[in-house]
Design a protein around this ligand. Structure first.
Ligand code: HDE
Length: 730
């Protein structure tokens, strides 16, 4: 089991105070126990309430009924105002090499130390029960339980953000959430209020490009990058600071699904990402990410054509490479969703010595919000005592009391200085690990304004767009056409077209075409002027310089890892009369490479092979859908092939897999099944072995190279290039 593996690998000293063991002391297991009330009274009858006679009225005296119903009535807490829908897992982090040249953070200086982590992934806009596959930003929040206290890296799967100043956050969220009069649409940005806001916030242009790209539709949480977004600071023991951007790089590569596929998955399995994470960990296929850092010496603060404090900008990896400094492995699922995933409270302000903030105005605002929100969500100031939130190091201070206090503080003093208790708890000197804020010099006027260095709102949006492969560009065009197509107001659509024209005229033109509109001739100056503001608009005007970098490879998923099929889900379509060898040889080879293989047949139960062997069926064509798989294989066998050929659901399965650009393989004995699809006649006339890897379709002999090529194809994830030239109805 996953749990055992992770525990076994730990040194005994580590086991004593790590998070798993700390949590273990709170775990309640009722196996073999009598049922009791919350006060320990054994319950004799949990089936009937106390009544006046067996048909009589229920008595108010029934304290067992009252306790049960009262608890039930209060079982829900407010969902998070953003990031309500999430899934989490436990794991560990280890740094590769001592980073003390840059930071004194102990967990980054000791390659021998294994730091427990708890990671929660989320969507932003949807409610707790919404689909995992919404087009949305994904939260990527990591709590490191370090020996110097908790460090929370509360990031997203996109490296920039919509706004530059925290004061706009409530507006952004009000705009994207369901509209207030009718609470529609759920978990979607494709509506008037969102685009009304965005079209008047040119600073969101860069983030909008990310959100309209396939990054907003991850194939799996395990296949997403993570970013700290803001520029933070590293500080070493000499007090020397440098700027740092944090990255998470998934070892499985960065992969996404298609928008049409995402919409289907939302119906077929709205828990798709949650299930994927859970299943992978249960199967021992532990998800892994490398922690990356981009370090900028303080002296280079003004070396860039953007401001390091501006959260709508990234540092292109061409300018500052990402150093991979450690690895995180998620190896244990939570025991209880509510107690861990729901009650975990992240806070961007939880830092450790060696890590510090910058004056990024978005980060500064977040520093207030994260504690404040827990007061209402978790019901008071003692949420740090909830097991999942407790640090693994002792907590000692003069804070006391409050709702649901659990610590029994001994002694008379809850103030300092005190003589009665020898001034305990004591303050720690910096040399003793006491946190000292970075001594940044600030000499400024108090002013409500934005730095001019934040005004280039378009060049990195363009850099992102220009760095995409052609299929990725098409997806962005389609996403914008879809989203703005759902907007009712023509004025909003047109204003957005004017914004897009600042990023890329070709893109704006294609979206305009899809919307049946023309790009309005709005100059940048007028665009700025159309934005409501106080009298000082001149102080807040977008600029649109060209930008010195034309493209950046790191921004396109086309360059990601494409050499593994580990944990990929493969469907094998079969029916009675399947050729056992044709099925098993491919199945076994896929499993040997770490893939998950399901046999899908017209009905559940078993199928009987040509050789009269029983083969158990994992899903039926009714319970399964191609959108839940990465690839599909059709084995040979006369009767099986004849059944599938005549089975509309099987043909639809294949057509849909083709539409979503997945790898498709068939034994040559099953060619007939492929011939019944829409896509088969769309394949190029010169289609043969060499074109296989371009098209992602292979028909061959299961005993020869078919399996090897199929494995290679699945590793390539998707064949986006075939999408547009070979559109099919499915
Ligand atoms: Fe958050 N954000 N945020 N955010 N955020 C919350 O905290 C907020 C921002 C992020 O899995 C809330 O406990 C403000 C950027 C994640 O539990 C709340 C601003 C980034 C999560 C809050 C931002 C994030 C949250 C809601 C602008 C990426 C989920 C519940 C100033 C770097 C954490 C909660 C989890 C959650 C406020 C902007 C990431 C209300 C005011 C930028 C991953 O406190």
């Amino acid at each position: 089991m996953a749990k055992k593996t992770s525990e076994k690998s730990k040194a005994p000293a580590q086991q004593e105070n790590d998070k798993t063991n700390q949590l273990e002391s709170f775990v309640a297991d009722s196996s073999g126990q009598f049922m009791t009330t919350n006060h320990g009274l054994k319950i004799n009858d949990d089936q009937n309430s106390l009544k006046a006679g067996d048909r009589g009225a229920t008595l108010l005296e029934d304290f067992i009924l009252r306790e049960k119903i009262t608890h039930f009535d209060h079982e829900r807490i407010p969902e998070r105002i953003v990031h309500a829908r999430g899934s989490a897992a436990h794991g560990t982090f280890k740094v590769y090499e001592d980073m003390s040249e840059w930071t004194k953070a102990a967990f980054l200086c000791d390659p021998g130390a294994e730091t427990p982590v708890f990671v929660r992934f989320s969507t932003v806009a949807g409610s707790r029960g919404s689909s995992d596959l919404a087009r949305d930003v994904r939260g990527f929040a990591v709590k490191f339980y370090t020996q110097e206290g908790n460090f929370d890296l509360v990031g997203n799967n996109m490296p920039v953000f919509f706004i530059q100043d925290a004061i706009k956050f409530p507006d952004l969220i009000h705009a994207v959430k369901p509209e207030p009069d009718n609470e529609m649409p759920q978990a979607a940005s494709a509506h008037d209020t969102f685009w009304d806001f965005i079209s008047q916030m040119p600073e969101s242009s860069h983030m909008v490009m990310w959100a309209m790209s396939d990054r907003a539709l991850p194939r799996s949480y395990r296949m997403m990058e993570g970013f700290g977004v803001h520029t933070f600071r590293f500080v070493n023991t000499e007090g020397v600071a440098s700027f740092v951007k944090f990255h998470w790089k998934p070892l499985l590569g960065v992969h996404s699904v298609a928008w049409d596929e995402a919409q289907n998955i939302s119906g077929k399995d709205p828990d798709f990402h949650r299930r994927d994470l859970w299943d992978a960990i249960e199967a021992g296929a532990f998800p892994e990410w490398e922690l990356g850092v981009q370090i900028v010496p303080e002296a280079d603060e003004f070396k860039f054509e953007f401001d390091l404090l501006d959260p709508t900008k990234l540092i292109p990896e061409e300018l500052v490479p990402v150093q991979r400094i450690g690895k995180m492995t998620l190896n244990r699922n939570p025991e209880n969703f509510f107690s861990e995933t729901e009650q975990v409270a992240f806070h961007v302000g939880h830092i450790v010595p060696g890590i510090d903030f910058t004056n990024d105005p978005l980060l500064q605002g977040r520093l207030f919000s994260y504690t404040d929100t827990q007061l209402i969500r978790l019901g008071g100031p003692n949420f740090h005592e909830i097991p999942i939130n407790r640090p693994v190091v002792p907590v000692a201070n003069n804070q006391r009391d409050g709702y649901m206090r659990q610590t029994i503080n001994r002694g008379k003093t809850s103030y300092g200085p005190n003589a009665i208790a020898n001034n305990d708890p004591q303050q720690a000197k910096a040399a003793e690990g006491g946190f000292v804020s970075y001594n940044e010099r600030i000499d400024a006027k108090k002013i409500r304004a934005r730095s001019r260095s934040f005004f280039d709102h378009f060049s990195q949006a363009r850099l992102f767009f220009n760095s995409q492969s052609d299929p990725e560009k098409n997806h962005i065009t389609d996403a914008l056409s879809f989203e703005l197509g759902k907007v009712k107001s023509v004025a909003i659509r047109e204003r957005m077209l004017a914004v897009l024209a600042q990023i890329d005229k070709g893109l704006a033109g294609e979206v305009a075409y899809a919307l049946g509109l023309h790009i309005p001739k709005i100059a940048l100056e007028d665009l700025n002027n159309s934005i409501p503001a106080d009298g000082d608009r001149a102080e807040y005007a977008s600029t649109n310089p060209k930008g010195s970098l034309a493209t950046s490879d790191a921004l396109s998923m086309a360059h990601t890892v494409k050499d593994t099929i580990k944990t990929r889900k493969i469907a094998i379509l079969a029916a009675d009369g399947v050729n056992e060898k044709s099925l098993s040889s491919v199945k076994d080879a896929l499993i040997a490479e770490g893939a998950v293989v399901h046999i899908i047949a017209p009905k559940l139960g078993e199928i009987i092979s040509e050789e009269n062997k029983k083969i158990s069926v994992d899903e039926s064509l009714l319970t399964a859908a191609s959108v839940l798989y990465d690839a599909v294989y059709v084995p040979a066998g006369g009767n099986s092939v004849a059944t599938l050929e005549a089975e509309a659901d099987a043909i639809h399965f294949l057509n849909e897999a083709f539409k979503h650009c997945k790898a498709i393989a068939a034994d040559e004995g099953a060619l007939q099944v492929l011939e019944s699809t829409y896509f088969f006649k769309k394949l190029p006339a010169d289609y043969e072995e060499e074109t296989v890897l371009r098209e992602g379709i292979i028909v061959g002999d299961h005993a020869s190279s078919l399996t090897k090529t199929f494995i290679k194809m699945i590793g390539m994830h998707r064949f986006w290039e075939r999408e547009n030239p070979r559109k099919i109805p499915a």
